[in-house]
Design a protein around this ligand. Structure first.
Ligand code: SF4
Length: 261
């Protein structure tokens, strides 16, 4: 028997205490860049040019970060004299404007939700994070979330990947086959905006171009706790993150006089 298994048997399985308590273990999340305000025109343009996906834009003296496009490349953090602050945490999921809310289901069902996962051209990163949700550390079953292989029994459609052209019809078919009420959760920058893949010759701009999206989870890939937060937002058990889908996010104030415009 391997020492790892032996150790597990001796000590028991240690499952995260989230959502009852915030998870403080190191390395559970890479965090997110924060918008920078105030910033000079010159410094803002440098940051804009650094970002490979156009996630940073200069607006009214603020270098704003669009989480739907951010791919966690860290260039705005490590590749510049004027780095953006990096925000810890993982509660990033939000409801889209007009998206379904938890009220779509009677409360009695909120702790028995079945999730169909569709890989719509994902590189493997987001899918791997989704898989971690079922391991003993995250153990989503304890919270009443279950993965199902069939759309007929699914309440939540969890989509990863930019939706490549070949996956448009299968994704639509899976959505159509689900009973109502149903809710769509787009997970990861590619699912939210196309990320590094779209729009291109293989994909357009993410899940919303094919089916309506209700919950968005940014990240590249989002860590398991961010995805779990999305599931809790979907079922009304946690509030959504305070940023609006498709727009920039709350920033941090940097005191350096070098930033003032
Ligand atoms: S970490 Fe995000 S915001 Fe910063 S440069 Fe990379 S993609 Fe752009």
């Amino acid at each position: 028997m391997s020492p790892w298994v032996l150790n597990g048997l001796r000590r028991g399985v240690i499952t995260t205490s989230y959502p009852a308590h915030q998870e403080a273990a190191k390395g559970v999340s890479p965090g997110l860049p924060a918008s920078l305000v105030p910033v000079t025109e010159e410094a803002g343009r440098v940051l804009e040019a650094l970002c490979p996906t156009g996630a940073i834009s200069l607006e009214r003296g603020e270098a704003r970060v669009d989480y739907r496009r951010c791919i966690h490349c860290f260039r705005c953090c490590r590749g510049t004299d004027l780095p953006l602050d990096w925000k810890p945490g993982y509660e990033w999921a939000t409801l889209t404007t007009g998206g379904l809310s938890a009220a779509a289901w009677p409360k009695a069902f909120h702790k028995s939700m079945h999730i169909l996962v569709v890989d719509a051209g994902d590189c493997g990163a987001c899918l791997n994070e989704v898989k971690q949700l079922s391991n003993p550390y995250y153990n989503i079953h304890r919270l009443g979330f279950f993965i199902t292989p069939t759309p007929r029994k699914a309440d939540i459609l969890l989509v990863v990947g930019p939706v490549t052209d070949h996956m448009r019809l299968p994704l639509q078919a899976a959505y159509d086959a689900m009973p109502t009420p149903k809710l769509v959760m787009a997970v990861g920058a590619c699912a939210l905006s196309g990320g590094v893949f779209g729009p291109s010759f293989v994909a357009r701009g993410g899940v919303k171009d094919v089916i309506p999206v209700d919950v968005e989870v940014p990240g590249f890939p989002p860590p398991p706790l961010a995805i779990l937060h999305g599931l809790l937002v979907a079922t009304g058990r946690k509030p959504p993150a305070p940023w609006q889908a498709g727009t920039a996010v709350a920033g941090s104030t940097r005191p350096s006089s070098a930033l003032a415009g």
